[in-house]
Ligand binder design. Structure first.
Ligand SMILES: Cc1cc2nc3c(=O)[nH]c(=O)nc-3n(C[C@H](O)[C@H](O)[C@H](O)COP(=O)(O)OP(=O)(O)OC[C@H]3O[C@@H](n4cnc5c(N)ncnc54)[C@H](O)[C@@H]3O)c2cc1C
Length: 484
């Protein structure tokens, strides 16, 4: 250990090496530790005491017990794609980063029960591929799926593009294994669909952003693989019409909508600028553009009719024809091949990277009742333009979730724009319309101020009591999630 390190930390790290071996304990200022010092957005960074990479639940438990004994705080880390600064240590805190990336085993695939037991470090895409090989769906899809891991998805209760059909991460998880702040292990991996035997600790740990313990494994429900899919892009007359279009597609297809995503022309422009090979889905710009996918589990929906279209396509065409007659849908394209479908998905999933490349931006990750989303966007667009911002809004519209993003309007200097006034305005409108200031990305460090301002005090007090009961030394991801 370096000479400058105090005795407590040196003794602690020596004990970590005894548990994991020297090759899985790395000092926080090591050159190789750079990726662990900064979060994906680049806005949050800190130099931890060290990074440890256990391989088993037992090793996690031993390391957490050492932290408990030595009073060292812990930041759990999975795929490091979180967007709120939750997975890095605070600038002034010598925390231990505990990475789950070596715990990447798919422990069990239960085809009869249609479930899968996964360790916390399994990358979402690997879970999707394993399920697909067995004609099943692992129900989480979003842009970071090639890096994000089970532990991170559970701890942020991630959403994504197909929540409208499968729900958030929480709704798919039916069992959990975790290490509590004192090093004890909870093993609740039975995967039972029904189990009313006490407080629901699984749901307490999900969405807790590592403040109550470390998730080491989980059981997920799998869904049947759709037999037929129809994917396309729509231009609507107005955002206020979106619920009618969504519900019409749901009603005609038996609730088979898998994705219903808001992608106005301003977002498509930013994507085309960042990725010039992107093909615009429609010729005319769509002020209210919607990317959608419908996936039916019924075999007969995959049967081709006389014209060669599947029954599902016919249902979608018939729905859109009616909506066009009523001038609700202005223009539409339907993917005619798997490649066109993939191109649409690639376009959707490249938005965050495109906005990041576009210049400095502030991401509002909000949710609202569907009926008032157009009121929010209309009011905000006017006010933000007045303040000098160019909003770039996309979102999982089907579940009322918008990523309303502020960037500098043409000719404006980001550093001179009144960001705090813009945020205050947005949160006032949001409160008035009964929305949430964090729909799927969580709180981390970046939303603590809003959490303090907008979360009901009685709920914050209850959260503090739970935290105090399970983690009295405040060792688990301190300075995140719950405002002081
Ligand atoms: C391009 C892009 C697109 C994205 N799209 C979406 C989207 O559509 N929907 C969405 O919800 N999110 C999205 N995100 C955000 C991010 O991918 C998710 O929050 C994801 O769930 C984080 O997983 P991770 O493995 O990277 O977690 P990390 O970033 O490693 O950690 C996230 C938080 O969870 C804690 N944590 C990590 N592992 C554990 C564990 N095992 N036990 C306890 N706590 C733990 C960390 O301390 C941190 O607070 C996107 C991010 C990017 C970069």
């Amino acid at each position: 250990m370096p000479d400058t390190m105090d005795q407590k930390h040196a003794d602690f790290l020596n004990d970590c090496v005894k548990v994991l071996g020297a090759s899985h304990v790395m000092l926080g200022d090591d050159e190789l530790a750079a990726p662990y010092r900064q979060d994906w957005t680049g806005y949050h960074s800190g130099t931890p005491l060290a990074i440890v990479r256990p391989k088993s639940t037992d090793e996690v438990a031993q390391i957490v017990a050492l932290c408990h004994a030595f009073g060292v705080s812990i930041v759990p880390s999975s795929g490091r794609t979180g967007l709120c600064g939750g997975g890095v240590s605070l600038p002034d805190d010598k925390s231990l980063i505990l990475s789950l990336e070596r715990m990447n085993t798919i422990r069990n695939l239960d085809l009869d029960g249609r479930s899968m037991t996964l360790e916390a470090g399994v990358i979402l895409q690997n879970a999707q591929e394993c399920a697909a090989e067995n004609d099943l769906v692992f129900p989480l899809t979003f842009g970071a799926q090639g890096s994000a891991m089970i532990g991170g998805a559970l701890s942020t209760n991630a959403g994504g593009s197909n929540v409208v059909k499968y729900g958030t991460t929480r709704e798919s998880c039916i069992g959990i294994e975790a290490v509590l702040p004192d090093g004890s292990i909870i093993n609740a991996l039975t995967g039972l669909r029904k189990d009313n035997t006490g407080y629901d600790l699984k749901n307490l740990l999900i969405g807790a952003e590592g403040t109550l313990g470390i998730i080491t494994a989980a059981v997920f429900k799998l869904a049947a693989m759709p037999q037929a899919r129809t994917t396309g892009f729509l231009s609507l007359a107005a955002l206020a019409d979106a619920p009618r279009v969504l519900n019409a597609l749901q009603d005609r297809t038996g609730g088979a909508v898998e994705a219903f995503e808001y992608m106005p022309d301003v977002a498509i422009d930013v994507i085309c600028h960042a990725f010039p090979n992107t093909k615009r889905p429609l010729e005319a710009p769509a002020k209210t553009g919607i990317f959608f996918e419908v996936g039916s589990n019924r075999k007969d929906d995959a049967q081709p009719g006389e014209e060669g279209e599947t029954r599902l396509q016919d249902l979608v065409f018939a729905t859109l024809a009616e909506l066009m007659e009523d001038e609700v849908v202005v223009d539409a394209m339907i993917a005619q091949s798997e490649q066109q479908r993939i191109d649409l998905w690639t376009m959707r999933e490249s938005i965050l990277e495109s906005i990041t490349e576009n210049g400095p931006a502030y991401f509002l990750d909000i949710s609202l009742p569907l009926a008032v989303i157009h009121d929010f966007v209309a009011e905000m667009d006017v006010k933000m333009a007045e303040l000098g911002f160019q909003p770039i809004t996309v979102g999982h519209l089907g579940d009322g979730n918008l990523h309303y993003t502020l960037s500098a309007a043409k000719g404006k200097n980001w550093d001179e724009l009144p960001l705090e006034a813009a945020k205050d305005y947005a949160f006032e409108v949001l409160s008035r319309l009964n929305g949430s200031f964090s729909a799927e990305h969580g709180i981390g460090q970046s939303k603590l101020d809003v959490m303090l301002k907008l979360k009901e005090p009685s709920q914050l007090d209850a959260m503090r009591l739970i935290k105090q009961a399970l983690d009295p030394q405040n060792l688990m991801n301190p300075g995140k999630f719950i405002p002081v």
